[in-house]
Design a protein around this ligand. Structure first.
Ligand SMILES: Cc1ncc(COP(=O)(O)O)c(C=O)c1O
Length: 375
């Protein structure tokens, strides 16, 4: 049997990883500034992560959400403390799209409405509700009808206010830093207006922190730069450092009811062990500070590169826009310099999403490679 061929793949077979590096079957070392779609948060093969998962593997791998699993509460408590959302409630699932799907369901249960405001360039996932609020017709089959979605531009306050006039809005969903689209941010005042309008009209404010959350931006959540408190926050990617786990944080005004949400695998002990390990390492190794410091260093170095038009983003979620399409240079980074970086919807924009443990030495290695290719 062959694999369903939906991905353009690099001709590289990876076998193992350590820190900011991955290795192929010939033991060739690749510097990883992409983390497999922004997933690697505490580095490949972190000892504490391996130990925590190993211990849990030997204790209890799985049981469903029909019994009490203490490790779920441990995750909720630690996540509440590190993120500053101690009074919110946690619901655990397995992937980013599933987090978005559940966030939209919670909002619709809450106010019994179904119109959602989303934004041009948004990517929220590929399941039915998530792809409907995603702005990409190419990945949206007819069955994922988006007639209930209003797409607006970032920072278009007049259109946002106008959309709320109908009093039918269920939720506004926004990435505090758009990832797949090539690292674009709404203004803080725009996020504040979303919060205000949602409150006034009984709608829910959903922040999709799947790519920009868990410390990557230099705050635990990127929306925290704008001093807003969304009603629902979606998380995935860096949350498990590669273990498939996701979650939503839910404002205490939203009351849980039995059978409102559910999942077989979500919150499994092994997934929770991965999240605990990630939170431990973020805290003990001061990775949010490192995201700010190394992000600033990377930004400064990128500013000195030739052919750079614009640098966008915060912390270790940076988009560098060049004055030419980056496809060829990205391929050369992989095959000639053994270095992974990300692309985006914008052909000229390269995305940097390294592990939050990245050092100056690794940033210098990237910059040297780029310099030699851009000459
Ligand atoms: C902001 C955002 N939301 C949702 C998703 C979907 O996550 P997943 O691929 O885990 O379903 C992604 C994935 O790239 C994302 O970047």
């Amino acid at each position: 049997m062959k694999l369903f061929d939906v991905y353009p793949l690099f001709n590289v077979q990876l076998e193992r990883g350590k820190g900011c590096y991955v290795y192929d079957k010939n033991n060739t070392e690749y510097l990883d500034f992409y983390g497999g779609h922004a997933v690697i948060s505490i580095g490949h093969g972190h000892e504490h992560y391996i130990q925590k998962l190993n211990e849990q593997l030997h204790r209890l791998t799985f049981y469903s959400n029909s019994v009490q699993l203490e490790i779920q509460q441990q995750v909720a408590t630690k996540l509440g403390k590190l993120s500053g959302y101690e009074d919110y409630h946690l619901f655990l699932i397995n992937s980013g799209a599933e987090a978005v799907e559940n966030a939209l369901k919670v909002a619709s249960f809450y106010n019994n409405r179904k119109k959602v405001i989303a934004f041009r360039g948004a990517f929220h996932g590929r399941t039915s509700g998530a792809v409907a609020v995603t702005d990409n017709p190419k990945i949206k089959p007819p069955i994922n009808d988006d007639a209930h979605v209003i797409f607006l531009d970032f920072n278009d306050e007049a259109s946002l206010e106008n959309a709320f006039k109908s009093n039918e809005i269920c939720a506004v969903i926004i990435e505090p830093i758009q990832g797949v689209n090539g690292i674009y941010e709404p203004n803080a005042t725009f996020l504040q207006l979303i919060q205000k309008l949602c409150l006034e009209h009984g709608a829910l404010f959903i922040a999709d922190e799947i790519q920009c959350g868990f410390g990557r931006s230099g705050q635990f959540f990127a929306h925290q730069y704008a001093n807003v408190q969304p009603d629902i926050i979606t998380m995935a990617k860096g949350m498990g450092n590669g273990f498939p786990v996701a979650g939503i944080l839910i404002h205490p005004k939203i009351i849980a009811q039995y059978s409102m949400l559910g999942t077989t695998f979500g919150g499994a002990p092994l997934a929770c062990a991965a999240v605990m390990a990630v939170l431990d390492v973020i805290e003990n190794e001061h990775l949010i500070d490192n995201a700010i410091n190394m992000g600033n260093y990377l930004k400064e170095k990128c500013e000195q590169l030739p052919h750079v038009k614009e640098i966008r983003g915060k912390g270790l979620m940076l988009g560098v826009e060049f004055d030419f399409p980056i496809k060829e240079i990205r391929d050369k980074l992989v095959y000639e310099h053994h270095l992974f970086v990300g692309n985006s919807n914008q052909p000229n924009t390269m995305r940097f999403l390294p592990s939050l443990t990245v050092t100056k030495k690794e940033i210098d290695q990237l910059i040297n490679a780029l310099n030699s290719l851009l000459k």
